[in-house]
Design a protein around this ligand. Structure first.
Ligand SMILES: Cc1cc2nc3c(=O)[nH]c(=O)nc-3n(C[C@H](O)[C@H](O)[C@H](O)COP(=O)(O)O)c2cc1C
Length: 344
């Protein structure tokens, strides 16, 4: 599969999740089977580009290609400038956020709120494509099925976006109004796929290899994008890849292997955020990794009190070593759709 001229390793995408899919997490997902990962959104507000948060998000040192950066905003000129800024910092693909329902974004009329204002959405798309074209950087669009149930305009926006030069569209099978409630539907994804010639990616509630296979079948999508089900379980990508290739399930990872992946993630995480911020923001990743395991909730509560890299790493190491005394393979941690809703 290709995005514009850029060839991807496979059809398994990591969904952008602000506060989650930072560079260390994306790297790990790519190492464990994802073919593509988009950065957390970067605001188009210039005054925030020098903040620690945005400069960390725009730092792609050592990232496996292709480097795809998502931008969010409400003004076509500012979005074009944001695209150029991120291309200067290594972005090879620019993704426009028209899918995120977060209040912080939507209050400023960005993210999925843009789906309610089609002329503005199109102005933004055209301006970003024009800014990226001289650099040969493809532009992609991440959207929902529409604003609300009665106004599911994904097909119309996707068609206009393709005509404006967008090279790929990802669709989360919910409306803006739904937030993360209810279940994702894939009929609208199928309708978008049928209407476009550029690749279409299906997203929403994909929690297992079977579900990935089924969503690809019913939607005809070229790829699937997985978000919440990868939290604490980044190896879901290789499980899905193996199942799509062979129809067989991989066994759960060995406990000691899962420990090694988590420690690798933590060290990369501390490297990006430093000790003080890193230990705190690592807690959620550790929590996701252990929450479905025996004794995981109790461990999470204790681990959340630790404040240094040394104590956090030691606690994680000891906890997994103890689990390995009784379990060779990780007890199954595949999550159900209703559990995943809690993670939004
Ligand atoms: C914590 C969190 C942060 C998110 N941040 C973004 C974002 O920055 N940009 C975006 O387009 N979507 C964002 N999303 C939406 C996801 O990319 C995805 O569309 C959604 O979670 C549905 O996929 P899933 O069911 O596989 O999680 C976010 C979702 C979550 C849970």
């Amino acid at each position: 599969m290709k995005i514009g001229h850029i060839e991807l390793a496979n059809r398994l995408f990591v969904a952008p999740m602000a506060g989650v899919t930072d560079r260390p997490f994306r790297q790990l997902c790519k190492r464990l089977g994802a073919g593509y990962a988009v950065s957390e959104m970067i605001t188009s507000r210039k005054e925030l580009w020098n903040t620690l948060k945005t400069s960390r998000r725009a730092n792609h040192e050592g990232e496996v290609n292709p480097i795809a950066v998502q931008i969010a905003g409400t003004d076509a000129h500012m979005m074009a400038e944001a695209a150029a800024y991120n291309i200067d910092r290594g972005a090879q693909i620019i993704d426009i956020n028209m899918g995120c329902p977060a209040k912080k974004v939507c209050n400023k009329w960005a993210g999925s709120a843009l789906m309610q204002d089609e002329p503005l959405a199109l102005d933004i798309i055209e301006a970003v494509v024009a800014a990226c074209a001289p650099h040969n950087v493809p532009v992609t669009l991440k959207m929902r099925t529409g604003w609300c149930h009665a106004e599911r305009n994904a097909v119309r926006i996707a068609r206009a976006a393709e005509s404006a030069g967008v090279a790929m569209v990802a669709v989360h099978g919910r409306t803006r109004e739904q937030g993360y409630k209810g279940e994702a539907e894939y009929d609208t994804v199928a309708a978008v796929k049928a209407a476009l010639t550029v690749p279409v990616v299906a997203n929403g509630d994909i929690t297992s290899p079977e579900k990935a296979h089924e969503v690809m079948r019913v939607s005809g999508a070229d790829a699937v994008m997985i978000g919440r089900a990868a939290q604490g379980r980044p190896w879901i990508f290789r499980e899905v890849a193996h199942y799509l290739e062979t129809g067989q399930h991989l066994p759960e990872p060995e406990v000691l292997q899962a420990k090694a992946w988590l420690l690798e993630h933590l060290h990369d995480h501390y490297g990006l955020y430093g000790e003080h911020a890193g230990v705190r923001s690592a807690r959620k990743h550790i929590g996701w990794a252990v929450r479905a395991l025996p004794g995981g909730e109790a461990f999470r509560a204790e681990m959340n009190l630790l404040e240094t890299v040394d104590t956090q790493v030691r606690a994680v190491t000891d906890w997994f070593d103890q689990l390995a005394d009784t379990h060779h393979f990780l007890p199954s941690t595949l999550v159900e759709v209703d559990q995943i809703a809690e993670r939004a």
